[in-house]
Design a protein around this ligand. Structure first.
Ligand code: NI
Length: 172
């Protein structure tokens, strides 16, 4: 078990496009375990590899929060095959931008394609929180953060808020 340090915005690794994974080996298994340990420890519903400083196309998610059993997915080389025209909006946050949440609207239902930890191709349809989470984490692999979905003026306001709160954290 290894809990990794979660990088914070504006770390440049969070804004870097991650590379495709071709080897499904022991190192990848370790990376996926580290991601799960770090996500559960931070009480998050999703965590992408760039957030722990690894620019590879893998993320983990578990949106079964209210249920007793853990129900996680390890998602590798994800793609969205189809996104619904219908949008849903949700007050999103990110472990790399602590203390900030913003209403973000995204396609409500998505059909996805990815590889599991053994390299086996998986097809799935996600709705609700699973859909939001999948899209949010996939954005991380493309160097994109949820605040990048905001309108330009709103984004400037939020960025200033982040700057102020990180100054405060440094003092404390
Ligand atoms: Ni995030």
């Amino acid at each position: 078990m290894a809990i990794k340090k979660i990088l914070l915005y504006p770390d440049p690794l969070l804004q870097t496009k991650s590379t495709r994974i071709n080897r499904f080996d022991e190192d990848l298994a370790t990376l996926s375990k580290d991601l799960l340990d770090t996500m559960y420890n931070a009480d998050g519903v999703g965590l992408a590899a760039p957030q722990i400083g690894v620019n590879k196309r893998i993320f983990v998610m578990d949106c079964s929060k209210e249920e007793k059993e853990k129900d996680y997915r390890i998602v590798i080389n994800p793609e969205i095959e189809h996104a619904s025209e219908e949008l849903g909006s949700y007050n999103e946050g990110c472990l790399s931008i602590p203390g900030i949440t913003e209403e973000i609207s995204r396609p409500k239902v998505i059909k996805v394609l990815y590889q599991d930890i053994n390299g086996v191709l998986q097809r799935n349809t996600y709705d609700n929180l699973w859909s939001i989470c999948f899209q949010h984490e996939l954005d991380h692999l493309n160097g994109k953060l949820f605040i990048d979905h905001l309108r330009p003026m709103k984004k400037i306001l939020v960025k200033n808020k982040i700057k102020k709160s990180s100054k405060k954290e440094k003092k404390a």
